[in-house]
Design a protein around this ligand. Structure first.
Ligand code: MRU
Length: 348
């Protein structure tokens, strides 16, 4: 399994996902500024992987500032760095979740050295936990599927978007471990091509039978009866179950409902934002016009056209047949059932 983000002794190693599938290039980063640039440029992408990279980014900053004598000054500057990291990509809540988790543990530190140590341990814990969480998501996902099923997926919610296994792609990893056969259809995922470049590559590495379609072929493919379920990841799930994910997810959900194909979202609890009431409250990242106007550096439209480039859309919860988490498959009244994941006692 290829690991997208690893940390060792003051160096964060990132698989440069902009270069895939042609080249597997690993970047060695040693400063928080380099981490921010890697997140902004999509060298590292996918909600959980961004969270892990940001956590290690904060660790890099803390380690290079351990000479600071004044603990309060250190903690204040840490908050400033954390805010800078959070601002890089506003939709994927895992980023803020991971950074806030680090801020909470550092708050209790009694010395700068203690804070650096605690931050490093907590970032590694987030990373290790995510791997196990994704594997468990895969287990729960498999309960919804049969041997021989064909799944349609969008963007890349695979191992390289997480610590390993992925979310939407986790059932494929688990199926392979169990000699169960699953087939995949991957959408190209314009404008950045995460489906064509990353999901196809990842599934081929895994030995999964995968078919590529353009985004515009999705409704027809769902209508054709060759897809048994749609499974996608998430960047932020609001308290009522409305789900932000890569632009194009909403069209898939609407088409899946129209043609009676089950539509599942796979995500860890760290993607569920109970403080965001509905999808209307989720900030949607807009990215540079060049992502739409250019392909491989070449312009494909006029120089003058106005461009709208939202990176994510929000699927209303009514279109989602189940949210596959590490705690099981959540269905029905998402408001109540998602909240119960965080406050188990309150549900009885
Ligand atoms: O812009 P990206 O490539 O970071 O968008 C990624 C997605 O939308 C994924 O589906 C989501 O982050 C889940 S990754 C397990």
């Amino acid at each position: 399994m290829i690991t997208a983000v690893t940390y060792n002794d003051g160096v964060v190693t990132l698989l440069d996902q902009r270069k895939l599938p042609g080249d597997s290039v690993f970047l060695k980063l040693t400063t928080v500024e380099e981490i921010k640039a890697a997140i902004l440029s999509l060298s590292v992408r996918g909600a959980p992987a961004i969270g892990i990279a940001a956590a290690y980014g904060l660790v890099l900053w803390a380690q290079s500032n351990r000479k600071e004598q004044d603990l309060n000054v250190f903690k204040q500057s840490l908050i400033t760095e954390a805010n800078g990291l959070k601002a890089t990509r506003p939709t994927a809540v895992n980023l803020a979740w991971a950074v806030d988790r680090l801020l909470r543990v550092s708050d209790t530190a009694a010395s700068v050295d203690g804070a650096v140590e605690t931050l490093t341990q907590e970032a590694q814990k987030i990373d290790e936990e995510d791997l196990l969480i994704c594997k468990t998501i895969g287990e729960h996902g498999l309960t919804l599927l049969k041997d021989g099923d064909t799944l349609l997926t969008h963007c890349n919610a695979g191992g390289i978007a997480t610590a390993g296994y992925g979310t939407a792609l986790a059932p494929f990893y688990l199926a392979r471990e169990r000699n169960m056969t699953l087939h995949a259809y991957a959408t190209e995922t314009r404008p950045v091509g995460q489906g064509a470049r990353l999901t196809v590559w990842e599934l081929e590495q895994l030995g999964i039978d995968v078919t590529l379609i353009t985004d515009s072929m999705a409704a027809h493919t769902l209508q054709s009866g060759r897809i048994q379920a749609v499974i996608v990841g998430a960047d932020r799930i609001a308290a009522n179950g409305d789900t932000a994910n890569k632009i194009g997810t909403l069209s898939l959900a609407v088409a899946a409902k129209a043609f009676g194909v089950p539509f599942y979202v796979a995500a860890p609890l760290s993607t569920i934002d109970v403080h965001t009431a509905t999808g209307a409250d989720i900030p949607i990242e807009e990215r540079a016009a060049e992502e739409v106007t250019h392909v491989h550096g070449r312009i494909i439209t006029t120089e003058t056209v106005r461009v709208y480039n939202p990176a994510f859309d929000v699927t209303p919860h009514q279109y989602i047949d189940g949210i596959i988490t590490e705690k099981g498959v959540i269905r029905g009244d998402y408001q109540t059932n998602l909240s119960a994941l965080f406050h188990p006692a309150a549900s009885h």
